[in-house]
Design a protein around this ligand. Structure first.
Ligand code: GLY
Length: 420
């Protein structure tokens, strides 16, 4: 089959790479892709919805896999399905579980999904009063822009001043545009994060291997939150029964609640959990694969991802359950530009990827790179994801860091404690 992957980051490179080695897939295209996807797929110029539909006709595309949240939230899957395309990715109404955080929290409440206590506000004064009362009672808060905010709309605060500044950021300065006109304020919950992924079709759903993401910029989970500075497999820390229970509570219940609202879910439903001393709580839902989590997942096992995603998109109910490789560990390290997630310089030459990839069990995915006069240069906050597999987490971690040390660009920054 011929597959079109929409997007151009490390998540899409990972998906295109995995699809390109799937026996059922003859050719992968990527729109717009990046210099990494160019090695395993044919890159196509950026296109709008009509343009993507045009590519499907011209190139005989059998399956479209949509990577990032933005086109999903804007309705690309809805548009393409109405044109008769086979698409892996949720339609606009279902993708709102990521694009509309106030709706997602209501859905959690309605479906009895454990989540942090919250209130939704459209009035800044009411939000400020709520925050003042919460801090007076000894609680800490997270302020979230309800709409899409490029991963920057959740502001974790430990002081009332911080919460008030976050409310102003969203509702007065309107740093996230209309996405911050409605905000969700929720109680901060403590613990470690676990990302849970349910790969869903109308005929069935499979839980992908759980992965731990590391969002803070610096070692020891210090510093501002980022899109994700690294990820690792979580093997042996939860039993399969515990994982299945988490999947049923956090993924199946949410998908069923959406279906009850007339929004059946096809695609990846990603539940971001906090494992607290009082039990797991859902922090947020995303309507897509995680980045860098999928860079870990694609490195596992020998299942045919083409067959899997196509079968789910077609609503098949007889798909064999993926095996995933339960004993393979993987560590992914994001190599970021100096200054990320704040301001950073682009256009800096990158070297050493080819040496890193000579190491056993290492694959490097491109996130923010571009080619300039025949040379590879930085083009984003997160530049590359270095992944390595091993029989133990320590082995995977050692290989990943050996590989990362071979890659250079000015100002390179990465955490040194992923997988510890
Ligand atoms: N790793 C966080 C995300 O994909 O949203």
């Amino acid at each position: 089959m011929r597959v079109l992957v929409v997007g151009g980051g490390a998540r899409e490179h990972a998906l295109a790479w995995r699809l390109s080695i799937s026996p059922s897939v003859r050719k992968v295209f990527c729109c717009p892709g990046n210099p990494g996807t160019a090695r395993c797929a044919e890159n196509l110029p950026q296109a709008d919805f009509d343009g993507i539909d045009g590519y499907c006709s011209e190139l005989g595309i059998d399956l479209v896999v949509i990577g990032p949240e933005s086109p999903l939230i804007q309705g690309l899957a809805t548009f393409l399905r109405a044109k008769g395309r086979t698409v892996y990715g949720p339609e606009k109404g279902a993708a709102a579980i990521e694009g509309n955080k106030a709706m997602a929290k209501e859905l959690m409440r309605e479906a009895g999904i454990p989540t942090a206590a919250f209130r939704t506000f459209t009035d800044a004064n009411a939000a400020r009063e709520y925050a003042a009362a919460a801090y007076a009672a000894g609680r800490k808060l997270v302020v979230k822009a309800s709409g899409e905010a490029m991963g920057k709309g959740a502001i974790v605060t430990s002081t009332l001043d911080g919460a008030l500044a976050a409310i102003d950021e969203c509702m007065v300065k309107r740093s996230f545009g209309e996405s911050g006109d409605t905000i969700v304020i929720e109680d901060k919950v403590e613990g470690h994060e676990l990302s849970l992924f349910s790969l869903r079709g109308l005929g069935g759903a499979f839980l992908a291997p759980a992965v731990q993401d590391h969002k803070p910029a610096f070692d020891g989970d210090k510093g501002p939150n980022t899109g994700g500075m690294g990820a690792r497999t979580v093997i042996g820390e939860l039993t399969q029964q515990e994982l299945d229970e988490l999947g049923a509570t956090f993924c199946d219940r949410a998908a069923e609640a959406l279906a009850m609202r007339g929004e059946p879910y096809v695609g990846t439903l990603y539940a971001g959990l906090m494992m607290t001393p009082d039990g797991p709580r859902c922090l947020e839902y995303n309507c897509r694969f995680g980045d860098p989590e999928v860079q870990v997942q694609v490195r596992l096992g020998d299942d045919d991802w083409g067959e899997l995603l196509f079968g789910l998109a077609m609503g098949r109910s007889d798909l064999p359950a993926p095996r995933w490789a339960p004993d393979t560990h993987c560590v992914a390290i994001s190599l970021a530009s100096g200054g990320y997630p704040e301001s950073y310089t682009k256009g800096l030459p990158i070297s050493g990827i080819e040496h890193a990839e000579l190491l056993d069990d290492v694959v490097v995915f491109h996130a923010g790179t571009r080619e300039e006069a025949g040379a590879l240069v930085t083009n984003g906050g997160r530049v590359l994801t270095v992944t390595a597999t091993g029989r133990t987490l320590e082995e995977a971690r050692t290989k990943a860091y050996e590989a990362a040390a071979l890659i250079r660009f000015e100002g390179i920054h990465y955490r040194t404690d992923i997988g510890l």
